[in-house]
Ligand binder design. Structure first.
Ligand SMILES: Cc1cn([C@H]2C[C@H](O)[C@@H](COP(=O)(O)OP(=O)(O)O[C@H]3O[C@@H](C)C(=O)[C@@H](O)[C@H]3O)O2)c(=O)[nH]c1=O
Length: 186
């Protein structure tokens, strides 16, 4: 198996990355990002920012966040501790899967990451206490270019696996999608 392989998931622009894990008596080693491997799979991603989050409470939800051009971004998500249910939502204007979502479980040490292309919103629910995520971003964080969807939006009907135990004040305020929402033009 190569160090890093990409597997397409049901939304265009959403991939599962599988990392080869090298284990020995000291522990393990894995390549989490490889610009050349992604480029050979047609993904032109370079890293502008690396973020880390700790979510204390099982059931807490963060999201659903995206950035619009010129700060639309690839986002590569790896779980470093615990377990999360990670969700991508297609917000690309004109996409055949507009407003469809797809979720995957990510577990620390499972050798998997999720890669989201520009135009996919991201959120997750912690399935364990103290869930830690590592984010690699291809664009700078820009609140002026941030868009968000409500995790409760009935139009999306996201099937969160647990009751939502905690949501930031900001994430409680995102409006539901209405007819004026045309999506993100990339
Ligand atoms: C996302 C972000 C936040 N911040 C600041 C703003 C705020 O004071 C504090 C916490 O930010 P938030 O409440 O937006 O954090 P959070 O709700 O965890 O936002 C994250 O949610 C998940 C779903 C994602 O996909 C991430 O890209 C990011 O948007 O950190 C930065 O300085 N840089 C960043 O890149």
């Amino acid at each position: 198996m190569s160090e890093l392989s990409l597997h397409a998931l049901p939304l265009k622009g959403l991939w599962q990355l599988q990392h080869a894990r090298h284990s020995d008596e000291r522990g393990g080693f894995a390549r989490l990002f490889c610009q050349a491997s992604l480029a050979s799979a047609g993904v032109a991603m370079s890293i502008r920012q690396i973020n880390h989050s700790v979510t204390r409470q099982r059931g807490a939800v963060r999201g659903l966040h995206y950035q619009v051009p010129p700060q639309a971004e690839y986002k590569l998500i790896t779980c470093l501790r615990g377990e999360v249910w990670d969700v991508a939502v297609d917000v690309r204007a004109g996409s055949p899967t507009f407003l469809h979502w797809h979720a995957e479980r990510l577990c620390a040490g499972d050798g998997r990451s999720l890669l989201l292309a520009p135009g996919l919103a991201h959120g997750f629910q912690a399935l364990s206490d103290d869930a830690e995520l590592l984010y690699l971003h291809s664009a700078d964080y820009s609140p002026a270019h941030e868009g968000a969807l409500s995790v409760h939006d009935p139009r999306l009907a996201i099937a969160w696996p647990l009751p939502i135990a905690q949501l930031s004040a900001r994430d409680q305020q995102h409006p539901f999608i209405d007819a004026s929402f045309a999506g993100v033009a990339l």
